[in-house]
Design a protein around this ligand. Structure first.
Ligand code: PLP
Length: 281
């Protein structure tokens, strides 16, 4: 298949998969999701993404219709149907309910399970990116991967309009994360990244970066930092499942980073090798 849509057991090319209007995604954005990528039809870091999916569901009391193992089996089966081995692998669950629109939950209703896959080659991890900063106008549940993404969508679009790859969000100067990524800096040989709280998503790529730093002997500080620290950083890193660990050369039109190229390459090489090994044929 060139792309794939799945909804509650029905699977077809996405253009042919219709969703009931009463799905709570339509009325309330009442759902959670997760996303990763595949290579050679092997899904990267699947256990971790499925664990986070279940934890997002639990935090919103969404009753998933399957076990973790059943979900992994389903995703592994579906990815094999794809023509390409390199895909974006997306799954989401919306709270069960309907057909009447009602804010409150429908007792005992199991969630609806969605899957979407399409061909997407991995980005070149060594390519430099450009960024803008924007005030973070999202809510205070950013640790949950919900499908309520309006401020993130608007921020990503503003970055695109500015000719940039990503928007770095901050709350009154304190850097939180990107519109669809985590953001980190390297300063004097140390990786600094925002702490895990309700202001950021616990990114899987972030976790892999921290683990890699441990192996490579790079100290890590998980603590708040400010927009001015971005400008003063030796490197600015942006991470997500599909970008892994990109570095920036420009922020708000000013030159940034490029001051710790060897350390950066060591980290990127390690992450790339891990990805290639885990998704080898
Ligand atoms: N932060 C936000 C707001 C995101 O949307 C994402 C990815 O979608 C990330 C961080 C990175 O998370 P991960 O590394 O698990 O892809």
């Amino acid at each position: 298949m060139k792309n794939l849509g799945y909804y509650n057991g029905r699977c077809d090319e996405i253009e042919n998969v219709l969703i009931p209007m009463y799905d709570r995604a339509c009325f309330f954005g009442d759902g959670i999701y997760d996303a990763t990528c595949s290579r050679n039809h092997r899904i990267f870091a699947l256990d971790e993404h499925v664990d986070r999916f279940f934890s997002s569901a639990e935090l919103l009391a969404i009753d998933l219709p399957c076990t973790k193992q059943e979900l992994k089996d389903l995703l592994n089966d579906l990815v094999k149907k794809m023509d390409s081995g390199e895909n974006f692998v997306y799954f989401q669950a919306t709270r069960g309910g309907g057909p009447v629109r009602n804010h409150t939950f429908t007792e005992g209703a199991k969630a609806n399970l969605w899957v979407n896959m399409f061909h997407k080659p991995m980005m070149d991890i060594y390519k430099k990116i450009t960024l803008i900063t924007l005030e973070d106008t999202r809510f205070f549940h950013c640790n949950i991967k919900t499908i309520n993404l309006i401020p993130a969508v608007v921020a990503a679009e503003k970055a695109k309009q500015a000719g940039c790859f990503e928007a770095v969000l901050h709350r009154s100067g304190r850097v939180t994360e990107g519109s669809h990524s985590n953001v980190h800096i390297i300063k004097d040989g140390t990786l600094i990244t925002a702490p895990l709280d309700n202001l950021i998503l616990p990114g899987i790529a972030r976790k892999h970066i921290i683990k890699a730093c441990g192996v490579l002997g790079i100290p890590v500080e998980e603590r708040p930092y400010q927009v001015e620290d971005l400008f003063a950083a030796d490197e600015i890193l942006v991470s997500s499942a599909s970008t892994m660990c990109l570095s920036a050369e420009e922020l708000d039109g000013k030159s940034v980073g490029g001051k710790a190229p060897e350390l950066l390459k060591k980290l990127q090489d390690y992450l790339m090798e891990e990805f290639l090994n885990e998704t080898a044929e």
